[in-house]
Design a protein around this ligand. Structure first.
Ligand code: FAD
Length: 255
């Protein structure tokens, strides 16, 4: 197998056109390749600057999970820190997790950040939504999102060999009128449900509104976890305080 490591988007396009298969840390594909045979060519994005970027509002597809630190919002940092073992996180990538894994612990975090993806199409790189990335298994170059006012992430403890643990991700954003909105994403089994409600009137009203979204269809135990996470996020600096009345910080990096 020839491992290609493009250093520009144009070079990556050439690799793709020549049939190179994307590879991150190979934590999932290695066993498959050993069983089914190696592809002729694979392509790692680890030398492509756009795919290794990490900072406020951007996370590259080739960034290793253990490199996801406080340059990104708490929800994304904690999601990356919850994946597998230290050994997996030192090898696995953002793109491999979002596009290539079935658990996708990063997905609820990316959804509440309202993240957009930059992907590489056959003739250009372009921006699209996460649903399209997952459905078409696009080559992910990076994720970009508007800075949230506050965010949070909770992954319930997993039972060995059991079903995927419940994940609840939350983020508070300011809308165009400057009012706070809460986005919640819940991974229940392999399904991910999303709710997007106003939260400037505090946790009670926000939770009432969430019950009328897909989140309301969750079992009672999961809804209790959502309730606690929403309350905790809204009480963080930037989240609005217990009644949603405390103004958040005016600028800078938050969440
Ligand atoms: C022991 C163990 C525990 C784990 N626990 C968790 C967990 O708790 N939560 C969780 O979410 N996941 C978990 N995983 C899965 C883990 O997230 C994946 O192994 C990892 O994210 C895959 O990343 P990788 O970079 O190694 O991908 P690879 O194995 O290199 O690739 C996997 C797939 O993704 C594709 N791919 C890679 N990069 C890109 C890209 N930039 N754009 C598009 N497609 C791409 C590849 O073509 C391939 O099809 C666990 C895995 C292991 C081995």
């Amino acid at each position: 197998m020839l491992l290609r490591q493009p250093t520009s988007v144009t070079e990556a396009q050439e690799c793709m056109a020549e049939g190179a298969v994307p590879v991150g840390g190979a934590t999932l594909v290695w066993a498959l390749w050993q069983r089914d045979g190696f592809p002729e060519q694979a392509m790692s994005l680890r030398r492509l600057p756009q795919a290794t970027a990490i900072g406020p509002g951007v996370l590259g597809g080739a960034v290793l999970l253990h490199q996801v630190d406080d340059r990104v919002p708490e929800v994304l940092r904690r999601a990356a820190g919850s994946v597998g073992t230290g050994a997996v996180r030192r090898t696995a990538t953002v793109g491999g997790n979002l596009v290539g894994s079935s658990l996708r612990c990063l997905l609820p975090a990316a959804l509440v950040l309202d993240a957009r993806a930059t992907v590489l199409g056959p003739d250009r790189a372009y921006e699209t939504d996460l649903a399209e990335v997952l459905a078409k298994r696009h080559l992910l170059l990076d994720l970009r999102w508007p800075t949230p006012l506050a965010s949070g992430y909770r992954k319930q403890p997993a039972e060995a060999g059991g079903p995927p643990p419940l994940v609840v991700a939350t983020a508070v954003h300011a809308d165009e009128a400057g009012r706070r909105r809460l986005r919640v994403a819940v991974r229940d089994g392999y399904d991910v449900l999303v709710g997007n409600v106003p939260c400037h009137e505090g946790p009670g009203r926000a939770l009432d509104a969430l019950r009328r979204t897909d989140i309301g269809s969750l079992p009672a135990g999961a809804r209790n976890v959502v309730g606690r996470e929403v309350t905790a996020t809204l009480e963080r600096p930037g989240g609005g305080g217990p009644r949603g009345a405390t103004p958040g910080p005016a600028g800078g990096r938050r969440g």
